[in-house]
Each structure stands twice: as structure tokens, then as C-alpha cells.
Design a protein around this ligand. Structure first.
Ligand SMILES: C[S@@+](CC[C@H](N)C(=O)[O-])C[C@H]1O[C@@H](n2cnc3c(N)ncnc32)[C@H](O)[C@@H]1O
Length: 206
């Protein structure tokens, strides 16, 4: 089924991953090899250790499983995606928590900053590399001083994507002096496309 969907997508119009239409087409064909189907263990551990409610932004939330985890633990979550087809999936997955979802463009829309936490999973690696400097500046602008960027970062050398892999050390150079590293660990429950090539990282907005 997924091979059929992939070949149908390849035969279709050439779409730009910086545009919602690229992602709409994939969700509509149920070709979503990045979808973990649930909450990764490192996030569950992170959530278990948090004591105070946080204002959380989840950019490019896709199916949005993690939005429910944050919300159920009392955090004030905004989960955004610019793809209507992604949000349709997320609404189905989140049930009563669908109210935390919003259709919005991470770069263009007013998201109501500041946030205490920006959660990252498979969002940076979905963006063409030419957008990464803008991504870093936007995250810095969305977080309050002392706020954190936490999540899963995909590393790889291939030119083509998505996923577009970060080079070793690249998150630090993109985030620059605006962030200090707090955590960096291997991930042992990755789904196949990310296996052995993603790391759990936490960065603090200085
Ligand atoms: C690879 S998927 C990952 C989805 C989800 N984070 C996950 O882990 O399953 C990337 C998502 O980012 C969304 N996206 C890409 N660029 C965006 C933008 N500028 N604003 C909002 N969402 C965006 C896409 O629509 C897609 O749902």
C-alpha cells in the first residue's frame, strides 16, 4: 500500500516541501513514513520530570499524538500545522483534545508568543535547508528567555529529502548564541526512517 502510494506521489506533480500541498498529498495518500504512531519514550520521560505547567508550541504537529500527552499533563498546548489533511488526522487522533490544534504557518502566522517550550519532532527535517536559518530565528523569537527547545533532531548527509538531515554540530551553529545546550542523548525507539540517526536534544533560550 505504501509503495503504491509512493509511486503515485512520484507520478504526480512535483511539489515543494515548503508548501502545504506537498504534505496534504502525502497525508491524503496515507504515505506518512515519519509518523511514529504515538509518543517517543524520551518525550514521555521528559514529561514525567516536568513539575510546572508550561505553555507549549508544537510546530508541524502532523497527527499530533504528543499534543494529547502535553495537554493531559496540564500543559497549555498549541499544536499547529499548515496542512489541512494533517489536521484532519490529528483531529481524529486527539478526540476531545482537538481544541489545541490550529491551522497555521509556523513562519507567517501570529502564534501568540511567548512560549515556555517548543517541541520538535520531524519538523526541521521536513523543511528545505534554505529555511533553517529562518527556523532558528523564529524559534528564538517564540521562546521567552529561559524557555526551551526540546525534541528529536534527525542527522544525515544526503542532499535530497525530506527528511533533510542535520550535520553533526549543526543545531548548535544554527541556534547560535541565542541558545545553550542542556541535553543530548541517543534515541533507542526510533521508527525505521530515523533509526540510529536521531538524537533527543534540549536547548535553553538564553
Ligand atoms: C514530516 S511531518 C512531521 C509531523 C509530526 N511532527 C510528526 O512527528 O509526525 C512535517 C509536518 O510539518 C508540517 N509543516 C511543514 N512546514 C510547515 C509550516 N511552515 N508551518 C506549519 N506546518 C508545517 C507539514 O504539514 C507536516 O505535517
Amino acid at each position: 500500500m505504501s509503495e503504491e502510494a509512493e509511486s503515485k506521489l512520484k507520478r504526480g506533480p512535483r511539489l515543494d516541501p515548503a508548501a502545504a500541498a506537498f504534505w496534504d498529498a502525502r497525508y491524503r495518500e496515507s504515505f506518512t513514513p515519519w509518523d511514529a504512531g504515538g509518543t517517543p519514550a524520551a518525550l514521555a520521560r521528559f514529561l514525567a520530570a516536568e513539575r510546572a505547567p508550561l505553555r507549549v508550541l508544537i510546530p508541524g504537529c502532523g497527527s499530533g499524538y504528543e499534543a494529547r500527552d502535553f495537554a493531559e499533563r496540564g500543559h497549555d498546548v498549541l499544536a499547529i500545522d499548515f496542512s489541512e489533511a494533517a489536521l484532519a488526522r490529528a483531529r481524529a487522533a486527539l478526540g476531545e483534545w482537538a481544541r489545541v490544534l490550529r491551522q497555521a504557518d509556523f513562519f507567517a502566522d501570529d502564534l501568540g508568543a511567548p512560549f515556555d517550550l517548543v517541541y520538535e519532532r520531524a519538523f526541521v527535517c521536513a523543511l528545505p535547508r534554505k529555511l533553517w536559518a529562518d527556523w532558528a530565528a523564529r524559534v528564538a523569537g517564540l521562546l521567552r528567555p529561559g524557555g526551551r527547545l526540546a525534541g528529536f533532531f534527525f542527522f544525515g548527509e544526503e542532499e535530497r529529502g525530506p527528511p533533510f538531515g542535520l550535520r553533526s554540530g549543526e543545531p548548535g551553529s544554527l541556534l547560535g548564541g541565542a541558545f545553550a545546550p542542556l541535553a543530548d542523548a541517543a534515541v533507542d525507539d526510533s521508527i525505521p526512517i530515523f533509526a540510529g540517526r536521531e538524537r533527543w536534544q534540549v536547548w535553553r533560550r538564553v
